[in-house]
Design a protein around this ligand. Structure first.
Ligand SMILES: *[C@@H]1O[C@H](CO)[C@@H](O)[C@H](O)[C@H]1NC(C)=O
Ligand SMILES: *[C@@H]1O[C@H](CO)[C@@H](O)[C@H](O)[C@H]1NC(C)=O
Ligand SMILES: *[C@@H]1O[C@H](CO)[C@@H](O)[C@H](O)[C@H]1NC(C)=O
Ligand SMILES: *[C@@H]1O[C@H](CO)[C@@H](O)[C@H](O)[C@H]1NC(C)=O
Length: 373
């Protein structure tokens, strides 16, 4: 792991010296590691990384793409390239600013320049803004994706352009996009099959972050619209939600205070996101231990905080993830990925190591064995 043998050479000071205008000198041990990675054509394992050093502990035997959402880290780029994995930029822009075609073109050429300068292999467009159907932003967004893909494919041969969408195309969180147009325009969609309780219209009670059936319904909706399953990568959560219960019943119904979100009266904004690593540290001291909800096919547990309030925590673990991963395989989706790679406990402690390995394994278990549902 890490260190000069993995392709890292120049100290940061020297890098900055060389990094002025135009293409920076290749920061990797070998110049070939600065060449764009063009992928294998096999299934995707798409990892969001949010910075710092967790990437040094990732299971690189599985990763095909890292979306670098943290600070630019040339060491990560060199390492990913040495493992044949792509590294892609994060793309986000206020939609009002790209309705004008000239401003759109300027934004795109900025992204392409940045990608070239940092030896990146594409871009992941993560625009989660509200858009009304047939508004100027609606059309501009589809054009943005089309033009970004054209520019990247032309300027960086073999590069990858992807777009993040909600768990369902049904205007979730008021994101009414031209989903078929966007899917056609890029290499694939990363479907964020999590935060599925961002808009709760029924009982205001704690539920799974990514219930099994609700997750699958989202994909069936995308596919029914005419989107090729090979244009869909399933995003699974490596985090859960910790909810304070107004009341917790004996049959595990945790009622929530009503926090509205984008028009819905109740939402997961009543909870707090917690990474899987932290969840696994807490679960043994909970009052319930790990429980399993058979309807949502999700684990959860309950605990009492120092103020005497009850909490219910819903999360995903290797069991719930491998069920969804089996669907990825059986439905012929492009692959799988997670938000986010940093969320596990990468310490050398034996229990943590075991849990971390199981989470990475769950992603691709379905390629190695044939899980029957
Ligand atoms: C969408 O339309 C509604 C109703 O016309 C309007 O109130 C809202 O501001 C619009 N949202 C956006 C993001 O344009
Ligand atoms: C979606 O985008 C495609 C490609 O630009 C276009 O042909 C189609 O008409 C658009 N659909 C809607 C409903 O706007
Ligand atoms: C609150 O929880 C208690 C204990 O399980 C239960 O007896 C009671 O019916 C619940 N109250 C409401 C309003 O749900
Ligand atoms: C929690 O308990 C399980 C089962 O008893 C054990 O395997 C695991 O190591 C424990 N986890 C921690 C963090 O202590």
């Amino acid at each position: 792991m890490g260190g000069p043998r993995d392709g890292w050479l120049l100290p940061l000071g020297l890098l900055q010296l060389l990094g002025g205008a135009g293409a920076a000198a290749c920061p990797c041990r070998e110049p070939r590691l600065c060449r764009p990675v063009t992928g294998t054509g096999g299934p995707e394992v798409f990892v969001f990384d949010v910075g710092k050093n967790a990437w040094k502990s990732y299971d690189w035997s599985k990763i095909t793409t890292v979306a670098a959402f943290g600070k630019y880290d040339p060491e990560l780029m060199c390492h990913a390239h040495s493992k044949g994995a792509r590294v892609v930029l994060k793309g986000d822009v206020p939609l009002k600013e790209i309705v004008d075609p000239a401003k759109r073109t300027a934004w795109i050429s900025q992204q392409v320049d940045l990608a070239k300068k940092q030896y990146m292999d594409g871009i992941n467009i993560d625009i989660e803004q509200e858009v009304n159907e047939t508004s100027p932003e609606y059309y501009a967004l589809t054009e943005l994706v089309k033009e970004t893909t054209d520019a990247f494919h032309r300027e960086i041969p073999g590069s990858q352009v992807t777009f993040d969408v909600a768990w369902s195309p049904a205007c979730i969180d008021k994101r009414c996009y031209n989903y078929t147009g966007i899917a056609d325009a890029c290499d694939f969609l990363f479907v964020m099959s999590y935060d599925e309780q961002s808009q709760i219209w029924t009982d205001c009670v704690a539920k799974a972050n990514a219930p099994y059936l609700q997750t699958l319904i989202g994909y069936e909706e995308y596919i029914t619209m005419g989107i090729d399953p090979k244009k869909l990568v399933m995003g699974v959560p490596w985090y859960g939600y910790d909810y304070v219960c107004l009341n917790l019943s004996e049959d595990h119904v945790c009622s929530l205070s009503k926090i509205p979100f984008r028009g819905a009266p109740c939402s997961d904004a009543a909870g707090r996101q917690v990474p899987y690593g932290a969840i696994m540290k807490q679960v043994n001291s909970s009052i319930s231990g790990v429980l399993w909800n058979e309807v949502q096919k999700s684990p959860f547990y309950e605990y009492k905080d120092s103020l005497g309030q009850f909490h219910q925590v819903w999360f995903d673990d290797p069991r719930s993830i491998s069920l969804k991963a089996a669907y990825v395989k059986n439905r012929g989706l492009r692959g799988i990925g997670m938000w986010n790679g940093n969320s596990l406990d990468y310490s050398r402690e034996a229990a943590a190591e075991q849990q971390t390995e199981a989470m990475w394994q769950a992603l691709t278990l379905y390629w190695e064995t044939n899980i029957k549902q």
